[in-house]
Design a protein around this ligand. Structure first.
Ligand code: DCP
Length: 571
């Protein structure tokens, strides 16, 4: 349920920073020969070439979409490079992406309060830094990168002029200061990690998040207060995170609301009356772009998860196979918990199991109730996690099968279950107080539980194994593939790397092309490899800059001054 928080009493400057085609960028950094080439990252499941989970902007130009399987993507883009996510113990191993995200967080957190929102998204509260900057003469501080910012509802005036206009309101002036800070830190992220990111800068989290994806890749967008009403007027409600689900459907069904602006016609009282005091106020605020959510001071993940999908014939149909996989997942989870404890002195307190389960009747998947997620206090140790997660799984399975067999005679029940996805999450992570050991260290026994756990073998009888005809998808772990489906050595992951300093970055690039002089070394783009879709999406200032520079020397200092510089060919 959304929480209606009081709007902040002081003007705030908040940014939402989102890395561009993140997994693709991570893979392109590991394999620089892929830079500038259409690339997509696929899941470990090799059925029909695996599912694309991240698509580089070059590949998007050819029509490759995240929803495609690798084979379909290759059909629309024959030159596509498909890189498989690393696999460990038959599961996707996302640690390289997580670590890469942490590198970015380490840079971003220098400018203000930093909240790591997902593997590649960060909120920053840069109010204090913006206030400090606000007393200075901005005309000397607007970098090339900042001057390429997009400003929602910007009149004819150019961006730099908008930043520096003397009659700007305090709100707009602080927003301009925030934009300068965010442009600079995005450049620092690029210099130190080699990743480009996009950002939204606004006066609250909701508006910052809405705008960060408006201009991608490697750009930033500002939302001045004067532009909020027109921005929300046509914005579909599904674009607001908390309105994507049931609440959004209710609003549409009950009030005919399709856009956020449509909500403006209802009074706060009416919305409270229909959806309760809290949600009603939240809706009323949202319609006006008001959002009091604070940026949390959190650079570490909120939870740890370990999961796997089992499509098609790989679906788990017996409790034994489920337990086997619970053990695999518990091992990975425990490793991450140990790492968090030793590196950050944090412990998790809640274990949750999520599963996707299908009911099969006469060999066909039928509509089934949701397999409910269940939680209990987390006990450390692989065996305990397995024991507890098995218990939770059995409870959910019991409910699932009971629902299916409700009102039927035993003889009528010809259905069975098959688990197609399983994951364990450890959450409620807190700093471990110094000198205090967890109580679980003293009591190795199982914590008290609520509800009756069904006996697994009984459940198996209620839901006997599914028939062999069931065939959905194939799930085979396999190595990375190239455009022709072969497995070249060049695609194999090179050793892990440490975050680079700006100077290291330039040295490393130089060492990639030793025959070239240092000042001419950049990404390994060739002119013909420039992604024209990226080019077309870039703001006109950057396009002009690029046109002027393609195949020409870098700027006089030999260093990049805008993110656009990094798209430049060096031949
Ligand atoms: N991801 C995933 N499975 C999905 C969606 C995303 O594993 N169904 C991973 C791969 C993405 C990363 O999460 O690289 C971040 O997802 P985003 O939605 O932010 O998308 P991208 O960063 O890939 O692209 P964009 O530039 O559009 O943000």
């Amino acid at each position: 349920m959304p929480l209606a928080r009081r709007p902040a009493s002081r003007i705030r400057v908040i940014a939402h920073v989102d890395l561009d085609c993140f997994y693709v960028q991570v893979e392109q950094r590991r394999q620089p020969q892929l830079r500038g080439k259409p690339t997509a990252v696929i899941q470990y499941n090799s059925w029909k070439g695996g599912a694309c989970i991240a698509v580089g902007y070059e590949a998007r130009k050819c029509g490759v979409k995240r929803s495609m399987r690798g084979d379909a993507a290759k059909a629309v883009c024959p030159d596509l490079n498909l890189v498989q996510v690393p696999v460990l113990h038959e599961k996707a191993d996302l640690s390289i992406y997580r670590d890469a995200g942490s590198e970015v967080v380490a840079v971003l957190s220098r400018v203000g309060k930093c909240e790591r929102a997902s593997i590649d998204e960060v909120y920053l509260d840069v109010t204090e830094a913006a206030e400090r900057l606000s007393s200075k003469d901005l005309s000397t501080l607007v970098s090339e990168e900042a001057s390429t910012s997009h400003i929602v509802g910007l009149p004819q005036l150019g961006t730099k002029e908008w930043f520096c206009r003397p009659d700007a309101s305090r709100e707009d002036h602080l927003l301009a200061c925030g934009a300068i800070i965010i442009a600079d830190i995005r450049l620092a992220v690029l210099a130190e990690t080699e990743f480009t990111c996009s950002a939204g800068v606004a006066h609250n989290k909701m508006l910052a998040k809405l705008s960060s994806g408006m201009h991608k890749p490697a750009q930033q967008t500002l939302v001045p207060s004067s532009a909020v009403e027109s921005l929300l007027a046509t914005l579909p409600i599904s674009k607001i995170g908390k309105l994507g689900g049931k609440l959004g459907q209710e609003l549409e069904g009950e009030l005919g609301v399709k856009t956020v602006g449509d909500l403006l016609q209802f009074s706060e009282l009416k919305l409270q009356d229909m959806y309760g005091p809290n949600t009603g106020t939240w809706l009323w605020n949202t319609a006006r772009g008001i959002n009091g959510d604070e940026v949390q001071d959190r650079t570490l993940p909120k939870s740890h998860s370990s999961g796997k999908t089992f499509p098609g014939p790989r679906a788990l149909k017996t409790l034994e196979t489920v337990v086997y996989w619970l053990k695999e997942l518990a091992e990975t989870l425990q490793l991450r918990l140990d790492e968090d404890l030793s590196q950050n002195n944090r412990t998790a307190h809640l274990l949750t199991i999520h599963a996707s389960c299908h009911i099969f009747q006469e060999g066909r998947a039928t509509e089934a109730p949701k397999f409910s997620s269940k939680s209990r206090p987390l006990r450390y140790g692989v065996d305990k996690i397995v024991e507890d997660s098995r218990y939770l799984f059995e409870r959910s399975l019991h409910e699932f099968c009971s629902h299916q067999s409700a009102g039927k005679e035993q003889s009528e029940i010809t259905s069975s279950w098959a688990v197609t996805g399983l994951s364990l999450t450890a959450s409620n992570i807190m700093a471990k107080p110094m000198g205090v050991n967890p109580i679980t260290q003293y009591f190795g026994t199982r914590p008290p539980v609520t509800g009756d756990a069904g006996n697994a073998s009984e459940q198996q009888q209620q839901c006997p194994s599914i028939s062999k005809e069931v065939r959905l998808e194939e799930d085979r772990a396999g190595p990375s593939v190239t455009t022709d489906g072969s497995i070249p050595e060049s695609i194999s992951p090179p050793p892990s790397r440490k975050p680079a300093k700006l100077t290291d970055l330039w040295q490393r690039k130089a060492s990639l092309q030793p025959e070239r002089k240092e000042e001419t070394v950049a990404w390994e783009y060739k002119q013909e490899e420039i992604d024209h879709s990226v080019f077309a999406e870039l703001p006109s200032e950057i396009q002009q800059e690029l046109q002027g520079r393609l195949g020409v020397q870098r700027n006089k200092r030999g260093k990049p001054t805008t993110i656009a510089d990094f798209f430049i060919s060096k031949t």
